[in-house]
Design a protein around this ligand. Sequence first.
Ligand code: SF4
Length: 386
Amino acid sequence: MVTHVALLSRDQIDQLPERAREVVEYRKSGLSLNHIQGCPLDCAYCIRHTYGLWDQRVPRALMSDAQAVEELVTHRYFQPHVTPVQVFNRATDPFLPVVRPHTLAVLEDLDELGLTNHVLIITRHQMKPEDIERLNQLRYLKVTLLFTYSGIENSDIEPYPSHVAAESLKLMSRPAHRRYRTVLYWRPLVPGLNDSPEHLDSAYRLAAHADATVFTGLFYRNEIADYYKANGLPEPYDDTARRKIVPETLEQRVLATFDAATPLFRKTSCAVAYAHGLPDYNGHYGIGHELCDICPLSQLELCANAHRPPSPERLREVASTLPEARGLVVVDITERAAVVSGLEIEQPRYYLQHSLGFQVHDARHPHRERRHGRADIGWKDERQDD
Ligand code: SF4
């Protein structure tokens, strides 16, 4: 029997925090669809803390799957075949047993429209052989399953064990012929918690199963730090020196653990693009050596060939379709990135970036470039960019 999640009433929806009511939202790796919210897995570092949704442990729907797909594809930020999409990456796990039918329904609806967009599905849950069959029937979408794996053994921080995600990754990667791709999403890497040589070695061995691996630190935002403090959890970053220095050392150890034959990336979009044999849709190639020095040569070439700084006119033309980008000013365009000002919020910047396949930075954050640097992994910072 397939059980679906309960649909919230209009009144219940009106009582949700404002950001939780935003079902389609542009986030750094793509346009994100979140009409189901709530998760019982209780990872202490969950992004739900920042949406006022931490207490919502039972998944509930804000609308039907068909309505949600309609909202997504008619959204002003959605471009057929271009916009990378993420499904249920903010407030639930897409393969919780009650959420699974919705995830597959959304994918099938999008596929029936003949859309070839990237779709990212991030999960740590158990997957099943039937999932292989269902996903292999999709004809057009470029689906990537990203398996969140940390190796953290402290069940106060991660009550749902990491080995489940490891098994799911192996299961879903096994078929010789499959239309979707798999990524080991090795995160959050936290100094002192899951960075022993044994931890690194386990992740390296697991990476052999995946089409690509991406490693990242922890988004240690204020709400999450408050939760750690209130619950007596060991705080991962307790002073500036640790934030700055230890992650860099850790990154060097991660790189030393991997060999050249196991593709490893610092950015999610790079791993996803590589797994599909395509250039990075976020245009990270412009950032250069600090990101691309670990990339396979064939991929570097793909990205190099796709790297085209836009003209100011082209940038303004793309922005002109968005009312909220009317005030856009092109400050500078270099080989590295376009720098703009006049955007009140982040979301249109991601739209521009994905439309152009080129990095678009905000002039208000002049240190943004440094965040791509190695020392920045795990910084306590609201604006870590991808
Ligand atoms: S070449 Fe650079 S931008 Fe392209 S996928 Fe590799 S790391 Fe990412």
